[in-house]
Write a new protein. Structure first.
Length: 177
């Protein structure tokens, strides 16, 4: 969609045009659903997260400045909605911050043979704390300091959860080969 078309769609959504809102939802919902599943780990909860995210999108479209992509803006709201859900479940209250030793070398050949769906299924099967930190750090690009601030945990806990997630992913990949 071109910028002019996108701007028209946004303006129509801001006027509460249900057809325009449906078009915006249809355009981004499948991708946002994949992001939500990656964070919360199950389809039903992810549906709730995406619904909540789109309520926020429609309520705050007037704040979209068009400096970045609309998709990136919707994605950020979806990630934040998923994180809000995870915080509400106290998933981070029990994280310990013990440091983990050196990570063994991963079998890159095994990873190359995997499909994206297989890898996403492995990530989805991680415990919630590991999965969330892994998603935020490895996929979304947050720093451990940012993760700690957002999730209300120690920076060392973020590092520890990320390392443990990688170790668990490695084990699961090795078990598949």
């Amino acid at each position: 969609m071109h910028t002019d078309d996108e701007q028209k769609l946004i303006k129509a959504c801001m006027r509460n045009d249900r057809t325009a809102q449906r078009a915006l939802y249809d355009r981004f919902a499948p991708y946002m659903m994949a992001i939500a599943i990656r964070y919360v780990g199950d389809y039903d909860t992810a549906q709730d997260v995406v619904q909540e995210a789109f309520i926020k999108v429609f309520a705050s479209l007037n704040q979209y400045t068009a400096k970045g992509s609309l998709e990136g803006w919707v994605r950020r709201i979806t990630v934040n909605s998923a994180l809000e859900y995870l915080r509400s479940t106290d998933v981070f209250d029990s994280l310990d911050c013990d440091e983990v030793g050196q990570i063994p070398t991963m079998n890159i050949t095994a990873i190359e043979k995997m499909s994206a769906d297989e890898l996403m299924n492995i990530i989805a099967s991680l415990p919630a704390g590991y999965r969330t930190v892994f998603n935020m750090y490895a996929i979304e690009g947050y720093s451990h300091k940012e993760i700690a601030q957002i999730m209300g945990i120690q920076e060392s806990s973020s590092r520890s959860q990320y390392i443990r997630a990688k170790l668990l992913i490695q084990k699961k990949i090795e078990n598949l080969t």
